[in-house]
Design a protein around this ligand. Structure first.
Ligand SMILES: [Fe+2]
Ligand SMILES: [Fe+2]
Length: 189
């Protein structure tokens, strides 16, 4: 299995946009958090989170198929490839989320974007962010309008957790990489 360093090098090669890179780090961190919580293979799950949007910048029209082709060529595990395909279901692929990793990735993808946006408008960023304030922004459709609310809802259904619990997990996961994401109070001064 490729190492995280190799995956990171691949990400840097394919993705120049810092915002998109941060999105991948955020999703990776949230997915890793779930892997730890559930006793799953954290490194394996992390690869899926880190690389799920690998081709988004270069080949948006072919997302995620070009990325998947690259991952196949480089010998990435089938579980990672399946999860990357499943996060594009149903609009872009015909691979529905089935495995636990598939479901967790889908559930963290869009929600992490909303959590990130919440951090950016708060003086203390992620430090004192609660599910309650994220839910408030979730209901405010004008806030971070690029975050698809129906995708967040679908993710919740897939992961099968209570909404606040899932949001708290994503916050906790992202806190682990808060310095990289630059979402702490000290980053906001
Ligand atoms: Fe994607
Ligand atoms: Fe994504």
């Amino acid at each position: 299995m490729p190492t995280r360093d190799e995956a990171l090098a691949l990400l840097h090669e394919w993705v120049e946009n810092e915002g998109l890179r941060k999105h991948m780090y955020a999703v990776e961190a949230a997915v890793r958090h779930y892997a730890r919580q559930r006793g799953a293979d954290e490194d394996l799950w992390g690869l899926a989170g880190l690389l799920h949007d690998l081709d988004w910048e270069r080949h948006p029209d072919e997302h995620p198929h070009r990325g998947v082709a690259e991952l196949r060529e480089r010998g990435y595990p089938d579980d990672v490839i399946h999860a990357v395909l499943a996060h594009g279901y149903p609009d872009r692929t015909e691979v529905p989320p089935e495995t636990e990793l598939d479901r967790v990735l889908c559930a963290c993808d869009e929600l992490s974007g909303l959590v990130y946006a919440c951090c950016l408008v708060r003086p203390n960023g992620i430090d004192d962010l609660t599910p309650k304030s994220v839910v408030k922004k979730l209901k405010d459709k004008a806030f971070a309008a690029g975050v698809h609310r129906e995708e967040v809802a679908r993710g919740l259904e897939l992961i099968g957790l209570e909404r606040n619990e899932h949001i708290q997990n994503v916050i906790d996961g992202m806190k682990a990489v808060a310095a990289t994401l630059e979402v702490r109070a000290v980053d906001r001064q």
